[in-house]
Design a protein around this ligand. Structure first.
Ligand code: IPD
Length: 297
């Protein structure tokens, strides 16, 4: 297992994502028998399930020794181990997909020793690909826009220093839990982030809730969003984007204050773009979090 050719695995992951992308763009998003999972806002479509099946079959054929974890086939008893593991969200942004809002991605990561090592995030509607191998940089390929499909290194522009929160654009997500402690932590923190400085708020430039954790992480990696804060999402939402974020100079910490080294399956995340002043900005953000998330604990 130590002699894994990461470049070859990376190229194969991209090949599958590109191929299966057409299955997503040509689909009519029907929820069929599946419909929703935990509650009426936790959606799943027949396309999520079909895409996971196609990708997992190809990966298992080509890499029979690797483990696999996918959103649509995950069982609560499944635990991530240190073995090389493909971690897949076949459609990250299912709610967007159902509403035909094209902020949707295949999120395919490879974790080795529980460390996100390869990341592929592909939006088939815009044909935008983010990809990274640990230690080798992060790249953006815009198949519809870039001549010869040449990848551009991320971030696209040299990062400006990170200043205080009130200069930042912040991504947050409501997720599917709509009551209880964690819902209160989210909604109270959203208000605190937006609130005026003279009320001890963050007075951030804006809060964005775009509906795909993987693409949010890529936006932070690219530098067009400064921070992304969420709790409740899963390893398959973040594994791929995490590699892209780190390789672009970004930092991932816990959404709850105090933990600088979350696990890939921690379920609570705060991502900060590259640039001087990351740690100070994390401390400032943590100082505004209203309570503590229980998810993942
Ligand atoms: C969801 C999206 C959403 C995030 C949720 C995820 P899905 O993934 O990433 O942005 O808020 O926590 O579960 O369900 O569309 O694959």
């Amino acid at each position: 297992m130590t002699d894994i050719n990461l470049q070859e695995v990376h190229d194969f992951m991209i090949e599958i994502a590109r191929k299966v992308g057409e299955r997503i763009t040509s689909a009519t998003p029907t929820t069929g028998a599946a419909g929703s999972k935990k509650n009426s806002v936790d959606l799943v479509t027949e396309t999520d399930q079909a895409v996971e099946k196609i990708i997992s079959t190809s990966l298992r054929e080509k890499y029979p020794d690797f483990s696999f974890m996918g959103e649509e086939t995950y069982k609560p008893k499944d635990k991530l181990t240190g073995a090389p593991t493909f971690i897949l969200d076949p459609i990250d942004g299912t709610t967007n997909f159902v509403h035909r809002h094209p902020y949707v991605a295949i999120s395919l990561g490879l974790a080795i020793n529980l460390t996100p090592t390869i990341g592929i995030v592909y939006n088939p509607f815009t044909q935008t690909l983010y990809s990274a191998i640990k230690g080798h940089g992060a790249y953006l390929t815009q198949y519809l826009l870039t001549p010869q499909n040449s990848p551009q290194k991320l971030p696209l522009y040299p990062p400006t220093p990170l200043e205080t929160l009130n200069t930042c654009l912040v991504a947050v997500e409501w997720g599917s839990d709509r009551s209880g402690n964690d819902f209160a932590v989210k909604s109270n923190t959203f208000a605190k982030l937006a609130e005026a400085k003279e009320k001890d708020g963050g007075m951030v430039h804006g809060l964005r809730s775009l509906g795909s954790a993987a693409l949010n992480l890529c936006a932070v990696a690219s530098g067009d969003i400064d921070l992304y804060w969420e709790a409740g999402c899963w390893a398959w939402d973040v594994c791929a984007g995490w590699v892209i974020l780190s390789e672009a100079g970004g930092l991932m910490v816990d959404a709850n204050p105090g933990n600088w080294s979350p696990r890939v399956d921690e379920r609570r995340y705060l991502a900060v773009r590259g640039g001087e002043g990351q740690k100070e900005l994390v401390e400032e953000f943590w100082g505004l979090v209203q309570g503590r998330f229980e998810v993942g604990i």
